[in-house]
Design a protein around this ligand. Structure first.
Ligand SMILES: Nc1ncnc2c1ncn2[C@@H]1O[C@H](COP(=O)(O)OP(=O)(O)OP(=O)(O)O)[C@@H](O)[C@H]1O
Length: 274
């Protein structure tokens, strides 16, 4: 088994948001490592700082304390090696599908015949061949989200940050897209961090699921997903033995996390922030 390589390293991350009325500690002394090719999901109660963490990893937000390293180098701003995909597709309605998909290439000055061809291939791989000259309004929600994924992958980032990318889709489309995304990212060896509220999605697509506490955001517990679940396609992982037990364990951890919030008590995280 090859030695793992740490791609993302968060060290002692704290984030305080300051408004006119108050300062709130949203994340406290959080440490996290994500290895090359690993798929990690972050789950936790609303407001525990999941999106804030993704923004910090993406270099869009400088943390109040601590540092982020990507492949050993400190992140100080947005980087071409990190792609970010959101709940909404944010496609430009006046651009065709191909023009939307290659916008990152234009912005990074890397649009050429070769990268355009690669984008066409990515569209075809997502079942979108033939839509290149159509406009976003002519596509379904699931198709648009696939275009958004192609746009993110077109610049070939090594790291993918996914902030609830499936949550606005109907259930069937969501399951199909989970399979497609998981398959595409695994085959291309990307390192991925997904934020989701859907526990079964987190179990089905991840190598590791991290449960966060709120007030302040800290790692409460992490779950390593067993190999047979990891090797199954997300759709079928849900039918594997052990899936329901894992779901219950995660649910219970989340419930306790909510309980901490409701009572205002501090609870020692079981797995620590390591
Ligand atoms: N720019 C900001 N300024 C001040 N407070 C902020 C800012 N962004 C987020 N917050 C606050 O920080 C906390 C964490 O927000 P964040 O969006 O990171 O949480 P989350 O876990 O992603 O939430 P959700 O699951 O609801 O999307 C929330 O209380 C939010 O109101």
């Amino acid at each position: 088994m090859p030695e793992s390589e740490t791609v993302i390293r968060l060290e002692g991350i704290s984030q305080v948001y300051v408004s006119e009325r108050e300062a709130s500690l949203v994340i406290e002394n959080l440490n996290l490592q994500v290895e090359q090719g690993e798929f990690v999901s972050l789950v936790g109660p609303s407001g525990c700082g999941k999106t804030t963490l993704l923004s910090i990893i993406a270099g869009l937000l400088t943390p109040t304390a601590g540092e982020v390293k990507v492949k050993g180098k400190r992140i100080e701003g947005p980087s071409a090696q990190i792609g970010y995909m959101l709940q909404q597709d944010y496609l430009f309605p006046w651009r065709t599908i191909l023009e939307n998909a290659q916008i990152g290439l234009e912005l990074t000055g890397t649009l050429n015949e070769q990268s355009r061809e690669r984008t066409r291939e990515l569209l075809a791989g997502m079942g979108l061949a033939g839509t290149e000259s159509q406009y976003p309004s002519e596509l379904s929600g699931g198709m648009r989200q696939r275009v958004a994924l192609v746009r993110t992958l077109a610049t070939d980032p090594g790291i993918l940050l996914l902030d609830e990318p499936f949550s606005a889709l109907d259930y069937q489309t969501k399951l199909q897209l989970e399979d497609l995304v998981s398959d595409t990212l695994k085959k291309s060896g990307k390192t991925s961090v997904l934020v989701t509220h859907d526990l079964s999605e987190a179990i089905a697509v991840s190598d590791r699921v991290i449960v966060l506490d709120r007030n302040p955001g800290r790692i409460r517990r992490e779950f390593i997903i067993p190999e047979d679940l990891r090797n199954a396609q997300p759709f079928y992982a849900r039918e594997q033995p052990g899936f329901n037990e894992l779901f219950q364990a995660l649910w219970s951890e989340l419930d306790q996390s909510e309980e901490v919030r409701r009572t205002g008590e501090s609870d020692e995280p079981e797995a620590g922030n390591a």
